[in-house]
Design a protein around this ligand. Sequence first.
Ligand code: GLY
Length: 297
Amino acid sequence: MTVQHIGVTEVRSAAIATWDFGLRAVVETGHAITSGASLLDAVERGVNVVELDASVATVGYGGAPNAAGVMEMDAAVMVGADLSVGAVAGLQRCRRPISVARAVHDHCRHSMLVGSGAAEFARQHGFPEEDALSEAARAAYEEWVATQAPGTVHGHDTLGLCALDATGHLVAACSTSGISFKHPGRVGDSPIVGSGLYADNRAGAAAATGDGDHIQRFCLSFLAVELMRAGATAMEACRQAVQRVLDTPGGPPTREVSLVALSPEGDLGAATLLERFEYAVWNASGAEVRCVVAADS
Ligand code: GLY
């Protein structure tokens, strides 16, 4: 377990992110917040750190391609102050999809752009056309083509990040290359507001990771935020939201469901249906990776 104690001037500020690789994202976000960056800038910078890290095999550059060997990435950002959003899905030839989602938020009259329209928007807003397929991802894809049955599902670990600044503003963001070797055109939960992420300054923020084909059936992030609005702590809200998946008539469609949440007071929460789920936090006490076990264990 990694603990990094860093200087914090605002006691309420906090960030929480999915997975252990989220630690670098929350640390960068925290540094940006304490340096005076806007919360949106801070979150974008935090997510960029992971997107540009080729060793993370499910996010941005170095992420997994689709079944045709093409990188198609999903990302979204939501601002809790006014419930505004920007999202991209199936974005190709870009290493920083969250920045394109941010540009959609800032400069587009629409909330979500997909496929070639998203790529064209990215070019128009100065994002270079870049190969997002790393050598390692290409090799993994070639091995999959040679050895796996079509349709085999591999990892889909999304970077989901929620952050709070000292003025009580919340932002949530997601970035992922989606399920490895997915059907071309497949879009998961991550860029879909309410499913992959949600933020409302008056209630809280949440972000999900796991099997997005099923997570989007439950609007998990919205559910967690609404539970906080009704009085649940961030931890209780996450547990009750994943319980909704467990309670599916006929049984849960997947156990690949994990959630992080942040209240307007800086209260942190996480829950999972996996045996074990690591998430990263940053607040006045420093930054560390924490772990929760399955909500029904
Ligand atoms: N949760 C990411 C995905 O399923 O695409």
